[in-house]
Design a protein around this ligand. Structure first.
Ligand code: PNS
Length: 166
């Protein structure tokens, strides 16, 4: 029986403690996990692809069965190329459910052999999102405990450089 590889896709702009919690949980279930960053998303990111990859690599450095990669195009095509068996997505609240179920069913329609598995982060992370983290940080609030320390520093630097540009 071959290794079971799963893909955890997302924008990770930036990675939060909720994402990290999910990476840890997934890395204990699957033989290998690829954290896959979508490079051609429509929304304008705060951090560049390179910055996001670097942060993901840094926070997963000690997790031997976890690697970081980027993809563009359809997630299912990427997953097939990688010979992945599953896609992992996090569900925090009911509000996530509708979008996630739609995406999972569409992905299944496109690629029936690929399963999407939903994991829940720890309750203490259930309210964290990258969007809120950016909003809080951008308005001078503290994101301590919401993101890895390195991301907290990067956010602070980003805000300072944005203010400098004005
Ligand atoms: O972190 P996000 O922004 O919620 O992640 C969304 C992501 C990247 C998983 C999703 O937008 C995606 O898979 N995009 C790739 C394009 C694709 O396959 N679209 C069809 C989805 S049914």
């Amino acid at each position: 029986m071959s290794d079971i590889l799963a893909i955890y896709p997302g924008s990770f702009d930036p990675i939060t403690n909720g994402h990290f919690d999910l990476i840890q949980r997934s890395s204990r279930i699957f033989d290998r996990l690829i954290v896959a960053l979508l490079t051609n998303a429509e929304k304008q990111p705060l951090f560049s692809v390179e910055e996001r990859v670097e942060m993901l690599q840094e926070v997963t450095r000690d997790m031997k069965n976890v690697s970081v990669d980027t993809f563009s195009g359809l997630l299912v095509d990427y997953a097939v190329r990688k010979k992945a068996r599953a896609i992992v997505r996090g569900i925090r609240a009911f509000s996530d459910y509708e979008y996630e179920i739609q995406m999972a069913l569409m992905n299944r329609k496109l690629q029936p052999k690929l399963e999407t598995l939903f994991l829940m982060p720890a309750e203490s992370y259930a309210y964290i999102s990258s969007r809120l983290v950016k909003e809080i940080s951008g308005r001078g609030g503290s994101v301590k405990g919401l993101v890895p320390l390195l991301v907290e520093r990067r956010l602070r630097k980003k805000i300072v450089s944005t203010i400098d540009e004005v």
